[in-house]
Design a protein around this ligand. Structure first.
Ligand code: ADP
Ligand code: MG
Length: 235
């Protein structure tokens, strides 16, 4: 059984609005899935539906065999799905440590142990634990946002354009961190503008166009596909 199954999801921002027009997606335990597609295709909307931020009009979202569509974000987080939105994903005036404390719906007794584990995993955050998040570089802020999401020890991490706005070196470091998180056993769905990079680190990929699945399959095969290269990778 797959970790996550999205079937025929129709969703939008008002009752009449169909941004997603019947989207399917499957994620196996422990894999990285890349979701690419033009601006406005509905990639962020799809992640919002999975995370419970947006209730779909129709269709199913299954975690294992448990339906989660329409459940509140808090419940979905407790079931092991963590979401890092593209924007406003850290609290700028709070310290790194305080951000981690906000990073999940955890019993207070577990928070300290979890933060210690995160600091051991991300020494860069440990060094800056007392610094306000706004003083971090863009790449460091994205790592903090992912670390917050990892507070709940999710089985699945949803990342919305983690490399947006980063210089190439910082983006490289971030992709290395994403690979390392995955190597710890966390499955990842990653939406990326940087299509080539996304397909390079993903095992499988999905291309969304205008709220529909356009192509999907083995990431390396998608990256080598002439149509995909022409449309998304500049030739
Ligand atoms: N909060 C919102 N309210 C109304 N429409 C929205 C909202 N967020 C996104 N949209 C619209 O939904 C469509 C898909 O957006 P989005 O899922 O953000 O696309 P992508 O992430 O692929 O660029 C766009 O036309 C966008 O204008
Ligand atoms: Mg988006």
């Amino acid at each position: 059984m797959g970790l996550l199954t999205v079937e025929g999801v129709v969703a939008g921002y008002s009752a009449a609005d169909e941004i997603l027009k019947g989207v399917d997606l499957a994620v196996e335990r422990g894999e990285i899935v890349g979701v690419i597609g033009p601006n406005g295709a509905g990639k962020s909307t799809l992640l919002k539906v999975i995370a419970g931020v947006l209730r779909p009009h129709r269709g199913r979202v299954l975690l294992g065999d448990t339906p989660i569509e329409g459940r509140p974000p808090r419940e979905i987080s407790a079931l092991g799905v963590a979401f890092v939105p593209q924007e406003r994903n850290v609290f700028p005036t709070l310290s790194v440590r305080e951000n981690l404390e906000m990073g999940g719906y955890l019993e207070p007794a577990r928070v300290r142990a979890r933060i210690d584990a995160i600091f051991a995993r991300f020494p860069l955050l440990a060094e800056r634990r007392r610094h306000a998040a706004r003083t971090l570089s863009g790449g460091q802020r994205q790592i903090l946002a992912m670390a917050m999401a990892l507070m709940v020890e999710p089985a699945l991490l949803l990342l919305d354009e983690p490399s947006a706005g980063l210089a190439p070196m910082a983006a490289e470091r971030l992709f290395d961190t994403i690979r390392a998180i995955n190597a710890d056993g966390v499955a990842i769905v990653m939406v990326e503008q940087n299509a080539l990079e996304a397909l390079a680190i993903a095992r499988r990929g999905y291309i969304l166009v205008d709220g529909r699945n356009s192509a999907s399959g083995d990431a390396a095969a998608l990256a080598a596909d002439p149509d995909v290269r022409r449309i998304f990778l500049g030739g």
